[in-house]
Design a protein around this ligand. Structure first.
Ligand SMILES: CC(C)(COP(=O)(O)OP(=O)(O)OC[C@H]1O[C@@H](n2cnc3c(N)ncnc32)[C@H](O)[C@@H]1OP(=O)(O)O)[C@@H](O)C(=O)NCCC(=O)NCCS
Length: 256
């Protein structure tokens, strides 16, 4: 068992089960035939539709939002870490259960943090690629990546952990995404673009070749990005201009 109970009844992580890496051509990796999602809104609906088609059954949802009802009558929802501990106590071997973090928006840091939490408790991180998406044979996807319908990840791209390439978004040749990056529906990265950890590129935005987008930056919907974007800034418009900034992430917060 990858976890144990302390005498006080709380759960203590031991060495996590090694993640099964995503292999070329795979749609959902790993051994698990049962999956849980952390996040119970739109992204959960999108993910359930295609993991179900790969023979993987959604057995539970977790969400921090009080009063949020499960979007699926057949799947129970549990609140936060306390709810997770209750669920875990009932589950036989958590290493037989996979997980996906179904949180989109600009919450990439939360996605990475929750991924670590679930992995530390022995669940298996899944990487999911919609059957209609194109992922080049020599592209690399980190654990927890979600590549949605009609998305493209082109030749020699490298994606870190927990990236979302949303519906019809694309990363062209030699693109580099850090951890927890989100490309919203229809966002387009031209060749050799790099995007820092936790950045989000809004719906329908276009990023020109070789541009570098800094950590935690947000690109507004429909923006046309001609120049490098500073970390933790918000840009929008055509051409994209600075419209705001975000609070930089405390590096320790990402580890908690
Ligand atoms: C860019 C963005 C993050 C800014 O949000 P915000 O900080 O709340 O900004 P506000 O709505 O207060 O707007 C600030 C100004 O920027 C302008 N603005 C906001 N978003 C813009 C956009 N996408 N393009 C052009 N201008 C934009 C507003 O009109 C406003 O201008 P004003 O000061 O002249 O009135 C947001 O509008 C956006 O585009 N988010 C992407 C959403 C998305 O793609 N989601 C996908 C989820 S899957």
């Amino acid at each position: 068992m990858p976890w144990s109970r302390t005498t006080g009844g709380s759960l203590t992580a031991r060495a996590a089960t090694p993640a099964v890496p995503w292999r070329r051509g795979e749609r959902v990796n790993g051994r698990a035939r049962r999956v849980v999602f952390w996040g119970a809104t739109g992204q959960a609906k999108v993910l359930r539709e295609f993991v179900a088609a790969r023979g993987v059954t959604l057995v539970a949802l977790f969400d921090d939002t009080e009063e949020l009802a499960s979007p699926f009558p057949d799947v129970p929802i549990y609140r936060g870490r306390e709810g997770f501990a209750r669920w875990l106590a009932e589950v036989g071997d958590p290493s037989e259960v996979g997980f996906l973090v179904a949180i989109g928006g600009e919450h990439g840091a939360a996605r990475v943090r929750i991924h670590r939490f679930l992995e530390d408790h022995g669940l298996e991180p899944l990487t999911a690629v919609h059957p209609s998406a194109f992922v080049a044979d020599n592209a690399r996807l980190g654990p927890g990546c979600q590549i949605l319908a009609h998305a493209v990840v082109a030749v020699e791209c490298e994606l870190g952990r927990d990236c979302i390439v949303n519906t019809a978004a694309s990363v062209d040749h030699e693109g580099r995404l850090g951890d927890g990056v989100h490309l919203a529906p229809g966002a387009r990265l031209a060749g050799c673009v790099s995007v820092g950890d936790y950045a989000m590129v809004g719906a329908g935005a276009i990023v020109l070749p070789r541009t570098r987008i800094g950590e935690g930056a947000v690109i507004g919907a429909g923006a046309v990005v001609l120049r490098d974007v500073e970390a933790w800034t918000v840009v929008a418009g055509n051409p994209a201009r600075l419209i705001g900034s975000r609070e930089p992430l405390n590096p320790r917060a990402a580890e908690e």
